[in-house]
Design a protein around this ligand. Structure first.
Ligand code: FES
Length: 103
């Protein structure tokens, strides 16, 4: 493990505040990516935090699943809902999904 405990906590906090990728984290925190292993550890922190954030409570769909759908080409709320099934019960999460797709 290359990340120190302090770096881990700082990066985790940045992701919890809304950083979605390493570029976002770099805007918030002064980090230097030293090698692939270091970058992979940061990616893992991002993944863990995103998996723990529920976007659709009806179906327990995480931010990670929404972002994966977006990454795989679902570029509208409808496509994300079709892919993940989020937003297909009470539909309250659709506004949040729209925010995620647009940002
Ligand atoms: S919270 Fe997503 S469908 Fe109800």
């Amino acid at each position: 493990m290359k990340l120190t405990t302090q770096e881990y906590l700082i990066i985790r906090q940045a992701v919890e505040k809304g950083a979605r990728n390493i570029e976002d984290i770099k805007k918030i925190v002064d980090i230097v990516i030293v090698d692939d292993e270091y970058e992979n550890e940061i990616q893992e922190v991002i993944k863990v935090v995103h998996k723990s954030k529920t976007i659709c409570n009806c179906l327990n769909i995480s931010l990670y699943q929404i972002l994966k759908a977006k990454e795989n080409g679902a570029n509208t709320v409808e496509k994300v809902c079709e892919t993940t099934k989020a937003g297909t019960i009470c539909t309250r999460c659709k506004t949040l999904i729209a925010d995620i797709i647009e940002n």
